[in-house]
Design a protein around this ligand. Sequence first.
Ligand code: AMP
Length: 113
Amino acid sequence: MSTTCLFCRIASGEISAALVAERESCLAFRDIAPQAPVHVLIIPRTHASSLNDSSANPVLADLLALARDVALQEGIAESGYRVVVNTNDDGGQSVAHLHLHVLGGRALRWPPG
Ligand code: AMP
């Protein structure tokens, strides 16, 4: 855990977040600035700075499975949703702790811009 990483501090409970689901290796909470009616972030409990960080390898399947479970739980699995992993500067990543965005509850445009 990094004591300066925002999402590590959320994972440890030091900073509160609106929890949606928890698993042994990862957790899901609502994005503080939602871009869609459903906007949930999925993070590994162990720090990995981005999808490029190979230390995330053991939990990648868990993260994707939790994204699917959250979509079901939030009632958007049938209507449809998007899972996004912004990575580094050109990808628009602003928090350097690997996270998946689960977005849904409205029709999402493509390309994302
Ligand atoms: P990204 O830009 O892909 O790195 O996504 C980071 C996301 O974290 C943004 O959508 C922010 O709105 C969200 N965020 C930042 N701080 C918090 C927080 N304290 N609780 C929940 N979401 C946050």
